[in-house]
Design a protein around this ligand. Sequence first.
Ligand SMILES: [Zn+2]
Ligand SMILES: [Zn+2]
Length: 286
Amino acid sequence: MLIGAHVSPAGGLPKAVERGVDRGCEAIQIFNQSPRMWRTTPYADEDTAAFKAALAQSAVKAVLIHGSYLLNCASEDRDIRTKSLASLVGSLRAGAAIGAAGVVLHPGSSKGGAAPAAIKRAGATIKAALADSDRCPLHLENTAGAGTTLGRSIDELAALIEAAGADKRLGVCLDSCHLFASGYDIRTRAGMDGLVARVVSKLGAERLGSLHLNDSMTPLGSNRDRHADLGEGELGEAGLASFLGAPALQGLPCVLETPGPDRKGANSSEVALAKRLHKRGVKAYK
Ligand SMILES: [Zn+2]
Ligand SMILES: [Zn+2]
């Protein structure tokens, strides 16, 4: 497993690598644009070259791009879907330019409409984005199930992938906080075994693309998306170790998106804690 954190690329793309190295990351996640804006600016060739050079000299082995929070590929509003498509294509092209392991996308929300119709719309938008980009994988992230968000279960992720044409570039990003909040008890061996069995039967193990590691401020099945620092939430250190130890998840990039001590994200001691919990989890499985 490649453990790391979400970092800022402020000051230029190579700065993201520097911040990752400072935190002891083996994987990093960045936004390719402001997460609260529609506008995407393609990377200049010199920026991607500088980024790749910095990366090659570092211990960072995988990079993820997180799509903008504004996207709703499932929106009933055609204008929102068009903007979402353009933004997603921008992220996928940026991902291809920097050799990202994947773009992570929140699949969208039905906003109260029927879920099957919303899944169909999301699938069509995602399919169009894949057709207008190449190489970079797209990881649909499971959600906490707040409101009418799509992707609250492995079955729903499978339906979204199916609706998007089941392209080989499609995978999933599993977020520990979201899994727990949507009702998967990942704190236990039985809970993890059940989850992995569902993933294998519904998606296929090859669709496992990346992981987000967050503790959860809210209880099992609360359907609320509130990240906590590792060990400070309802999952706790033992619960997180159980998640990290599952054999099916080994080898994946795994990034922290925790608030952090200064609310600036995970620091080096939290990344180190994640690595220790991973070792503990793997050992428990042996
Ligand atoms: Zn996440
Ligand atoms: Zn979240």
